[in-house]
Design a protein around this ligand. Structure first.
Ligand code: E4P
Length: 217
């Protein structure tokens, strides 16, 4: 499973990249606004840093506007993926952009049928939001299982980006289901490293190392 960071914070992206486990980035207007920085400045840095797809979101509500914005975003870098909301107008835009070789990521997906529609429209990626479903007492991971099954049934190439991740269990379940990608906040990625027995083990080894005579380092 590929690991994407769901952030527009360049420092978080650089840190994850230094660990060698970053496969891509997803952003949205909220994440970009959190940086407080000019859009183009932030995006340029992200596109240069990331050796993989970077999703940038459109904000128009009509297909024509989305296509226009999508083309402008795609000009910013070869690894740009245009994020399009799951609406009928959005699906029109997906067809146009994909036919021009611009990959799209259909976002704000909350049902299996929305995912099927996005795949039928030709989207390269689909982003079901598990955390926001859990927030309203829905079952986020059930959605991922169902989309996975549907895409398998019809041999669809659209990749599933499990989005709106809240904690490591979401990531574990996404991997067990076999989702293609998980896009997560930096804080969740950091937590994936953690295990108390790892920390305890390091502490013990260091303590014992002190007792070794004539150490080489
Ligand atoms: C996905 O691409 C979205 O940016 C993101 O996962 C939304 O997550 P949130 O529900 O934490 O805002």
């Amino acid at each position: 499973m590929k690991f994407f960071l769901d952030t527009a914070d360049i420092n978080e992206i650089k840190t994850a990249n230094s660990w060698g486990i970053l496969d891509g980035v997803t952003t949205n207007p909220t994440l970009v606004s959190k940086t407080g920085r000019p859009f183009k400045e932030v995006v340029k840095e992200i596109l240069e840093e990331v050796d993989g797809p970077v999703s940038l979101e459109t904000v128009s509500l009509d297909a024509e506007g989305m296509v226009k914005e999508g083309r402008l975003l795609a000009e910013l870098g070869e690894n740009v993926v245009v994020k399009i909301p799951m609406t009928p107008e959005g699906m029109k835009a997906v067809q146009v952009l994909e036919s021009e070789g611009i990959p799209t990521n259909v976002t704000l997906v909350f049902s299996p049928m929305q995912a099927l529609i996005a795949a039928k429209a030709g989207a390269s990626y689909v982003s079901p939001f598990v955390g926001r479903l859990d927030d309203i007492s829905g079952e986020g991971m059930k959605l991922i299982r169902e989309i996975k099954e549907i895409f398998y049934n019809y041999e669809m190439d659209t990749e599933i980006i499990v989005a709106s991740i809240r904690h490591p269990m979401h990531v574990l379940e996404a991997a067990l289901i076999g989702a293609d990608i998980c896009t997560m906040p930096f804080a969740v990625l950091e937590k994936l490293f953690k295990h108390p027995l790892t920390d305890k083990g390091i502490e013990l080894f260091l303590k014992d190392w002190e007792k070794v005579p004539e150490k080489p380092f």
